[in-house]
Write a protein that binds this ligand. Sequence first.
Ligand code: PHE
Length: 356
Amino acid sequence: MNFRNYRCDMTIQERIEALSQQVEGLKAGSAEELEKLRIQYLSKKGEIARLYDEFKLIPKDEKAVIGAPLNKLKQAYEARFAEMKELLSAAIAAAQPKEDLTRTPDPLTLGTRHPLSLVREEIIDIFSRIGFTVADGPEIEDDKHVFSLLNFAPEHPARDMQDTFFIEKEPEEQKPTDILLRTHTSSVQTRVMLSQQPPIRVLCPGRVYRNEAISARAHCFFHQVEGLYVDKNVSFADLREVLLYFAKEMFGAETKIRLRPSYFPFTEPSAEMDISCDICGGKGCSFCKGTGWVEILGCGMVHPNVLDACGIDSKVYTGYAFGMGVERIANLKYKVKDLRLFSENDVRFLNQFASC
Ligand code: PHE
C-alpha cells in the first residue's frame, strides 16, 4: 500500500527519495544561510521531522521498509550539515587578513646573565689561558672526599672551620652519617687526584654549603672556584706568580697582591691572599676597613699527606692549590656589599648586569 501525505500526493518513499537526492547539492554561503537550511530540514518542524511524524502513522508491517531509508536520510542530512559547517569556518578563516610578515616584531624581553655566572666564567677564562681545564663533581659528597683525604684528622678541630650540613641516610636509625653537602670544592680535587696522575691542572667551580647564619657577609650556600696544579718541581713561587697574574687580569694591571701565612689542613705552607683595595686605591677606606687590602682567597702547597692519600707519590710530585669565593670576587668587582642580593633573584638587581 502507498501511504500518501495529506498535504501532497507524493508517497513517503518518494519524498525520502527526493530529499536524499537533494542532500549533496545543499550549499550555504554564510552562517545565516546555513541556519535557514538547518531550520528547513533538521529543526523540530523541518522536513525530516515531519517525515518521522508521518512514519508514526504508518501501519506496522510497512514500517520496516520505510524506517531504514528514513534513518539513512536523517544521517545523510546531519553529515552534510556538519560538512557545510566545517567548509564555512574554513572559508571564514581563509578570508581573514594574512599575518604581515614584514611587520617589525614586538620587542622580546631577554634575560640577562647572572652576575655570579659572569664572574665564574671570567675566572675560568683567565685560568684556561694558562692551561687549566674544568673538573666537576657532586654537591652531595661523603666525608672521605671532603675531609679525610684532605688531611682532616677524625676529631680534628679544623673540621669546625667549615660548619657542615650532614644528610641523614636513615633518620630512624639515628646513626652518625658520613653523607654531607660539600663545604668546599676541594672535594673535586680529591676526585681528580684519585683518578689521574700528574701533570694535573684543574679548576673546580661549583656551589658549596655551610651551616652559617645568613647575613650581608655570609650565606648558607655560596660558590667557589678552586684550582689545583700538581707536577714535578712545582713551587710556592709558581703559585705566587699565577695568583698575581690572576689578580691583574681580574682587577686591573695596577693591582697588587699580598700573601699572609694561614692554616688549612690540606696545604703546607698555607696562605691567604689579599689584593690592594681598588675602591680607595690602597689608601684605606670603609670597604677595606682602613687597611688598603681586601682578602680574596686561600692557597698553599698541597700537603704531602694529601698527595699520598690520593695515590700520588709526594716524593716525586709537588703541587699548589687555591680556592676563592665567587660571591666575594663579584662583591669586589661590582661593589655589591650585601651578598644576599646574589641569591634573591630580584630582576631589578639582575638587569643591571645586562651590559657586563
Ligand atoms: N678549600 C678552602 C676553603 O674552602 C680554600 C682553599 C683551597 C685553601 C685550596 C687552600 C687551598 O676555604
